[in-house]
Ligand binder design. Structure first.
Ligand SMILES: CC(C)(COP(=O)(O)OP(=O)(O)OC[C@H]1O[C@@H](n2cnc3c(N)ncnc32)[C@H](O)[C@@H]1OP(=O)(O)O)[C@@H](O)C(=O)NCCC(=O)NCCS
Length: 352
């Protein structure tokens, strides 16, 4: 008998279910991330009270057959502080597809969030490959789920030769090889003496900076000290660099590294926060280049940032990011409230 329950098991058990299903579904056809236990331990805030309520699993007797995972976050929607959540990893064992499990998991999620008075579900649906099985808009008319906008990535190649071999599409491989002269990451300069790893003491200032940068956006993560501390310092997978002058942190960037599987596995640096509004352009560039160097040291071949207007495009161009065409739908699914978020305004959300 099939039943829905909180996920029972360790982060490693979760990865051992999800990653092989994605591999079986997409390997050789579409790039997919290879999540490991540590990633879920961080993302799901594994030991926080109530985190299991956001790890929904379907079991056939004792066999794990599907998952849907999320994390709750305070969000600011049109200047109103609301309870939000970011969800991903809808994964159904191929043997159990086409039986309405996706709908069951979604309904159970909504029920759980209604109980907790969470107002908003943020999620993404990838359409950048014909092989993607993610839900597409034509299927979804029902309110209050809203395909808010399409989003793409800023992409910067760090290791053109390896990306050339790693890319599934020949054209991407060639583009990457051609980027060779631009891809070289500049060495440290004068400003690098002001750049260092973030520490616990930086968190209050980082909260101030990110709030300042995202003020006025109609939808943003409403970072507080607890959520930002976890995001910036909560895992060995994360690196956060700050730029501090005259005793004051003026900007920071934060990224994590994930394996993405194309023709082979390659490490990708994913920027979650780029907060540089207070920095002059030279200092912002120095901070980005320091992040690239750290990524290269960790073996990254590519770096990405979701493009939602929360980072100045001029900075991204200057450090040789290229905007890729939109390839995912951003879905805002309202649970109790119902708000209209303009599809054109800049917003600041995590991308998962
Ligand atoms: C995507 C996947 C979960 C769909 O599983 P499935 O059993 O084939 O699901 P179905 O096609 O029966 O979909 C059932 C319904 O759930 C809906 N649905 C699909 N994904 C959904 C999601 N993430 N959230 C909410 N509803 C979803 C579908 O729109 C469909 O609605 P409809 O019946 O009104 O058309 C499955 O193919 C899978 O595990 N793929 C590999 C991982 C993956 O790509 N996950 C998607 C990440 S966005």
């Amino acid at each position: 008998m099939i039943r829905l329950d909180d996920f029972q098991g360790t982060p490693e058990d979760l990865a051992e279910f999800i990653t092989p299903v994605w591999r079986e579904t997409y390997q050789g056809r579409m790039v997919y991330p290879d999540w490991a236990g540590d990633f879920f331990r961080w993302q799901m805030r594994w030991d926080a009270p109530g985190s299991r309520r956001h790890m929904i699993a379907a079991y056939d007797e004792d066999r794990l057959i599907a998952t849907l995972l999320g994390t709750s976050f305070p969000v600011r929607a049109d200047n109103e502080l609301i309870r939000g959540s970011i969800w991903s990893w809808m994964t159904i064992d191929p043997e159990y597809r086409g039986r309405g499990l996706a709908t069951l998991l979604d309904r159970d999620r909504v029920r759980r969030l209604q109980d907790e008075q969470v107002d908003l579900i943020v999620s993404y649906r990838y359409f950048g490959s014909r092989h993607s099985l993610a839900e597409q808009p034509k299927k979804v008319q029902a309110k209050p789920k809203k395909f808010n906008r399409t989003v793409g990535l800023w992409v910067r190649v760090l290791d053109p030769r390896t990306v050339g071999r790693w890319s599934l599409k020949a054209v991407d491989g060639w583009m990457s090889r051609l980027s060779f002269p631009l891809a070289k990451v500049p060495g440290p300069g004068k400003l690098d003496s002001f750049i260092r790893r973030a520490t616990e003491q930086d968190i209050p200032r980082c909260v101030e900076l990110v709030r300042e940068q995202t003020a006025g956006m109609p939808l943003t993560m409403a970072w507080d000290e607890s959520t930002l501390r976890h995001q910036l310092l909560g895992s060995p997978l994360v690196t956060t660099l700050v730029l501090e002058r005259s005793g004051a942190v003026e900007g920071f960037v934060s990224f994590h590294i994930l394996d993405w599987v194309g023709r082979m596995s390659g490490k990708v640096g994913i920027f979650d926060l780029i907060v540089t509004d207070r920095l002059g352009s030279g200092a912002a560039l120095a901070l980005m280049n320091a992040a690239f160097r750290t990524m290269v040291e960790k073996g990254a071949i590519l770096t990405v940032k979701v493009r939602t207007g929360d980072v100045p495009a001029s900075l991204m161009w200057r450090c040789y990011f290229v905007p890729r065409p939109a390839d995912s739908h951003l879905i805002l699914q309202w649970v109790s409230l119902n708000r209209e978020i303009s599809s054109r305004s800049p917003i600041h959300l995590l991308w998962r």
